[in-house]
Design a protein around this ligand. Structure first.
Ligand SMILES: Nc1ncnc2c1ncn2[C@@H]1O[C@H](COP(=O)(O)OP(=O)(O)OP(=O)(O)O)[C@@H](O)[C@H]1O
Ligand SMILES: [Mg+2]
Length: 241
């Protein structure tokens, strides 16, 4: 039997890139929540690299939290450069998990992070125009990973998902249609997803005390996403006969 605190066997460090060559898909929000997940659930040393040359949402969010006397269980540095691979290797000894927020639009930085990553999470909302950008991001990742000896696992995570529950199943047509499209195209899509919630929408922009500390206080659906993310790294635990 396994549970969320079962020991993990991860590379040292486990490098996760969150990307999509399209802005506004939830990369920064997901970086913060997943960083908190690794720090609080697995008690690991976590670094977020904000490698987004345009937005820097992550950096200002982090600053607001720390200035607001919130104890943030991970570190963040802004490094929006195509040398982000050096930033990863230079910090490798200090952290168990490094999460790279590879920003929208900058293929160069995104591609520099890929050869150092074990996991690539391609984020997309259910918007058909965003879903259609998944293949080009995937292709860019493939090009960047070409010739590298170790494998990178690529999974798609759906964000801002509309929810219409019926008998415990989300029957939202938009959600079901886009998930089917991605699965039929051969992508490995996370079973769990992030609902379109006001709470997430306000997380990055709010003032401290007004929701901005959400990822530190409550992991919400990201706990499930995190558990699914680490499932390949769980140590096999013997079940007593
Ligand atoms: N699950 C969600 N439900 C509702 N709103 C969300 C969700 N996830 C993120 N958002 C909101 O969508 C917007 C974009 O999110 P975020 O900044 O995390 O994306 P990003 O991919 O980092 O964007 P950028 O490319 O601008 O850096 C923000 O206003 C955020 O609060
Ligand atoms: Mg961002």
């Amino acid at each position: 039997m396994t549970n969320s605190v079962a020991p993990l066997q991860t590379p040292a460090p486990l490098v996760i890139t969150l990307g999509n060559l399209k802005g506004g898909v939830g990369k920064t929000t997901s970086s913060f929540f997943l960083a908190s997940y690794f720090a609080s659930v697995h008690e690991l040393r976590v670094l977020v690299i904000d490698a987004d040359p345009l937005s820097q949402t992550g950096y200002s969010w982090y600053r607001r939290l720390t200035k607001g006397d919130i104890e943030v269980p991970f570190h963040l540095i802004a490094f929006p450069s195509r040398h982000v691979d050096d930033c990863i290797t230079d910090n490798a000894a200090e952290y168990d998990v490094i999460i790279v927020d590879a920003g929208g639009e900058s293929a160069e930085i995104f591609k520099a992070a890929i050869p150092e990553s074990h996991e690539l999470i391609l984020l997309t909302s259910v918007s058909p125009s965003e879903v259609k950008r998944v293949p080009s991001t995937f292709k860019a990742a493939e090009e960047a990973a070409a010739g590298r000896d170790r494998e990178i696992r690529v999974r798609v995570l759906m964000t801002k998902v509309p929810v219409t529950m019926k008998k415990g199943v989300n029957i939202s047509t938009e959600y079901r249609t886009q998930r089917k499209y991605l699965e039929d195209a051969g992508y490995d899509v996370f079973e769990s997803y992030l609902s379109s919630w006001k709470w997430y929408r306000e997380a990055a922009d709010g003032e401290v005390g007004d929701g901005a500390e959400n990822p530190i206080e409550d992991l919400a659906e990201y706990r499930q996403v995190g558990d699914e993310l680490v499932s390949p790294y769980r140590l096999a635990v013997e079940v007593p006969a």
